[in-house]
Design a protein around this ligand. Structure first.
Ligand SMILES: NC(=O)c1ccc[n+]([C@@H]2O[C@H](COP(=O)([O-])OP(=O)(O)OC[C@H]3O[C@@H](n4cnc5c(N)ncnc54)[C@H](O)[C@@H]3O)[C@@H](O)[C@H]2O)c1
Length: 364
């Protein structure tokens, strides 16, 4: 029997997950030059980015079709994906057609997924317009939609041809979204760079004025981790710190059981909840837990988690993609600046972490 990868049977080549990142007007000029090499161009935006960001890039593009979905997490679903596929059919898109995703993490995830599955995969370019998407979502080749309220339940790994980052887009981003997007920058510091977390603690407000340098920091950290483990066999799971609890909180909030949280707000709270779990496992000290909780409480309006929402959150956590044989596995801090994957946590330990999180919130 011939082994896959032997000389006579080449390994199927997967598209790279670490896309080329280009910045500013030079990035848009590059896009203008690239477009004629594709057979057609379709642009995906949401209604906010169609109004605020699409006009900035329209003049760089040849004739194209614009699809605008409603703004927000609820557009990361199959119905919105079908809209994109149908727009591509109307455009008579073939395998050399291009989809350009102009928007936040929702548009990047949705468009990346729609393009990766249409005709078994057409090229796509991300033009991320939120801080969350510029510092994180557009990087690393994860594309997904939600299913029945389960975050990112259906998805693929596939990299964008390019990612074009222009800080001009951030001028119209609401303040709440700017703060929220910075949560992933903080996560990148907490999991990999203690010195950078020290610097973050000295900031008066987030995001700081020089946001582009923080976006570059995030991209550098995420790209290094993704390059080492593109298909999330293990190491890449460090990027999930805060996301087991965070995704569960976000999903519960979307179910209208509490105030709807942005992804970044949910991840910020998730990082605090999971830090309580890490402390209980002896992985961080009480001093480190206090530094993390006070930093997050200073910059984010951390939501209380009502007891009646615990069961819903635990149901979501039971579906987490990191779990094996029904055991909840988290990526937890091991000190500030390092993160360990595959930490097994029982339901009871998670309930204790949630209780500790709530108690700390209620302390003056
Ligand atoms: N694939 C990944 O690796 C990855 C990583 C992190 C987050 N995500 C996903 O990203 C999503 C969150 O991304 P998000 O926080 O950008 O949310 P989002 O895409 O919903 O954008 C937030 C809001 O800001 C608006 N907006 C975006 N850019 C704007 C601009 N320049 N001007 C005015 N309004 C603008 C949007 O219309 C929306 O209302 C979640 O679904 C999350 O799961 C994916």
């Amino acid at each position: 029997m011939r082994r896959p990868g032997s000389k006579s049977e080449p390994v199927l080549k997967m598209p790279a997950l670490t896309s080329r990142v280009r910045y500013g007007k030079a990035g848009l000029d590059w896009l203008r030059k690239q477009c004629p090499s594709y057979t057609s161009v379709t642009v995906l935006a949401d209604r906010n980015t169609a109004r605020n960001c699409y006009p900035v890039i329209r003049s760089y593009l040849p004739a194209h079709r614009l699809v605008a979905v409603p703004a927000g997490e609820r557009s990361k679903d199959l119905a919105a994906c079908q809209r994109v596929w149908r727009a591509l059919v109307t455009q008579r898109a073939d395998r050399k057609a291009l989809l350009i995703n102009v928007g936040g993490g929702v548009v990047c995830d949705l468009g990346g997924f729609a393009a990766s599955t249409f005709k078994r995969g057409i090229p796509f370019i991300h033009v991320p317009t939120s801080l969350m998407a510029q510092a994180d979502a557009a990087i690393g080749g994860k594309n997904a939609i939600n299913l029945d309220g389960q975050k990112n339940a259906v998805g693929v790994f596939r990299g964008a041809e390019a990612v074009i980052i222009h800080d001009r887009f951030l001028e119209t981003l609401p303040a709440r979204q700017l703060t929220s997007g910075f949560a992933e920058v903080i996560k990148h510091a907490l999991i990999s760079d203690a010195g950078t977390f020290d610097r973050l603690e000295r900031l008066d407000s987030i995001p700081p004025g020089n946001v582009l340098s923080w976006i570059r920091f995030s991209i550098r950290i995420k790209s290094a981790i993704v390059s080492a483990d593109p298909y999330e066999q293990e190491r890449r799971r460090v990027l999930n710190f805060g996301h087991t609890a965070g995704h569960a909180l976000e999903a519960v909030s979307l179910g209208r059981k509490m105030k709807v949280l942005t992804h970044g707000e949910a991840v910020a709270a998730g990082m605090v909840i999971e830090s309580h779990a890490a402390y209980r496992q002896g992985m961080i000290t009480h001093g480190q837990l206090t530094r993390i909780t006070s930093f997050m409480a200073t910059h984010f309006a951390l939501p209380a988690v009502r007891k009646q929402n615990y069961a819903g959150m635990l149901r979501h956590m039971a579906q987490d993609k990191k779990n094996i044989r029904g055991k909840m596995r988290l990526s937890l801090l091991h000190g500030i600046g390092t993160c360990r994957t595959g930490c097994v946590i029982s339901r009871q330990e998670m309930v204790q972490a949630l209780d500790a999180y709530n108690r700390k919130l209620n302390q003056p």
